[in-house]
Structure formats: structure tokens, C-alpha cells
Design a protein around this ligand. Sequence first.
Ligand code: ZN
Ligand code: ZN
Length: 111
Amino acid sequence: MSTENYRNSDSFPTRLENTLKYCGSERILPPRYSEATRIASRKASRNHRLKYPEREKARQKAHGLPLQPCSVCASPESVHRHHPDYTKPLDIVYLCRTCHAVHHRKEISHC
Ligand SMILES: [Zn+2]
Ligand SMILES: [Zn+2]
């Protein structure tokens, strides 16, 4: 066994300890999210909230309400809450994904 090998094996417990300390204090993120992506998305959602405070409020209020079938085709699948007017957060139109997309294609409106 060379001196170098001995040194490497000797430093192993220290490295392991560092790893454990790191794992204990840091939240491990799924590997598909890089630090940059995480920061960018957090920044984007904050900008979004600042830009559309009413929309955000409307969404939060509407969130507790039970979903209803699509008001166009009565489908219970993938129903979205569509807000025709964000100043009226409880004025909700239930639209399935398909009808919601069609609706937004026809007229310029918020979500
Ligand atoms: Zn529908
Ligand atoms: Zn919408």
C-alpha cells in the first residue's frame, strides 16, 4: 500500500461527515431542477403576482370552491376555473381544458 492510498482512505470518514452535514442542513432538490431554474421560476412567480394582484387574489379565493362540470360541454374532466372579471373573484365560469382553450382563442381575456 502506498502512502497516497493510505492518505485517501484516511480522509474518507471526514468526507462522509461533510456530506451528512450538508444533507441535514440543505433541502435536497430533485435533480431536474437546477439552482438557476429554481431562482428564475421563483422570481417569475413573484413578478407575476406583482403584475396581477387581483388575478392572484381571485385565484386564491376561488381555489377553495369545489369544481363543477364544464359549463359548455358538461365534462367533469380537467375543469378549470375561468374568471371573466378579476374584480369579482367569486364570479367563476367552469370550463374544461378544451372549452377553456377554445374560449381564449375566440376572445382576448384573462384567465
Ligand atoms: Zn367543456
Ligand atoms: Zn380563462
